[in-house]
Design a protein around this ligand. Structure first.
Ligand code: SF4
Length: 214
């Protein structure tokens, strides 16, 4: 049975055909650039730092921009809470499905836990209903066996924190929402021919030629 990641769910929501190419056919179109390099470096550095490793050498090779982002993260109030774990993979059962992902960091303050997600790019448009928020909150609450949880998107570019407090009502809402999309994915038979995001889709050339051929 599939273990759905937030990225898989977002891709399906965006376009079922894209989901099919990416996760069923496993087609990877060539990428023009590596826009996530900066984010990857900050995430790796944060993980070493939180695990108590010596990061002096790594800090020295950061670019000016990377250094500015790293200093913002280091001084962030949530990043300074008590460390529990980082780069932590968790999964949970939701209805008949499994979903999970890798959490940037799990921190603690008193009896409240904080799931941190560092963003060097943009924060989701609607953080409360983003699949990443839903999956991570459900997975961590299942793991901890309580709802005393806050999800924090740390927006490093704009120096903002987007907080989502978890509660029983949200737990039910997220569970229903995730069961709905996972059921759609497993039932989906019809893929759209066109979609408003086609122009920017990395599969567009492949998709149009496949449609024309079919
Ligand atoms: S080109 Fe359009 S229809 Fe094809 S996979 Fe991309 S978004 Fe979907």
């Amino acid at each position: 049975m599939n273990n759905f990641s937030p990225h898989m769910l977002k891709t399906f929501k965006e376009c079922p055909r894209k989901y099919y190419y990416k996760y069923i056919e496993k087609i990877s179109p060539p990428q023009k650039s590596t826009p996530f390099e900066k984010g990857k470096k900050i995430h790796a550095l944060a993980n070493y730092y939180l695990r108590g490793e010596d990061i002096t050498k790594f800090e020295k090779i950061l670019t000016h921009d990377e250094n500015a982002l790293w200093n913002k993260l280091k001084s962030n109030e949530y990043f300074q809470k008590t460390y529990v774990n980082s780069e932590y993979t968790l999964t949970c059962k939701i209805g008949d499905f499994w979903a999970g992902g890798r959490i940037d960091a799990l921190m603690k303050d008193g009896n409240r836990h904080y799931i941190l997600d560092y963003k060097t790019g943009s924060v989701p448009e609607n953080p409360e209903t983003d699949y990443q928020t839903m999956v991570y909150l459900l997975a961590v609450s299942e793991f901890l066996k309580n709802n005393n949880l806050t999800f924090v998107y740390i927006d490093l570019k704009n120096s903002l924190n987007h907080k989502i407090e978890f509660n029983e009502e949200q737990k039910n809402q997220y569970t229903n929402e995730l069961i709905k999309i996972c059921t759609q994915i497993t039932d989906e038979k019809i893929f759209p021919e066109n979609h408003k995001r086609c122009q920017f889709c990395e599969y567009n050339k492949f998709c149009y030629s496949s449609s024309a051929a079919g």
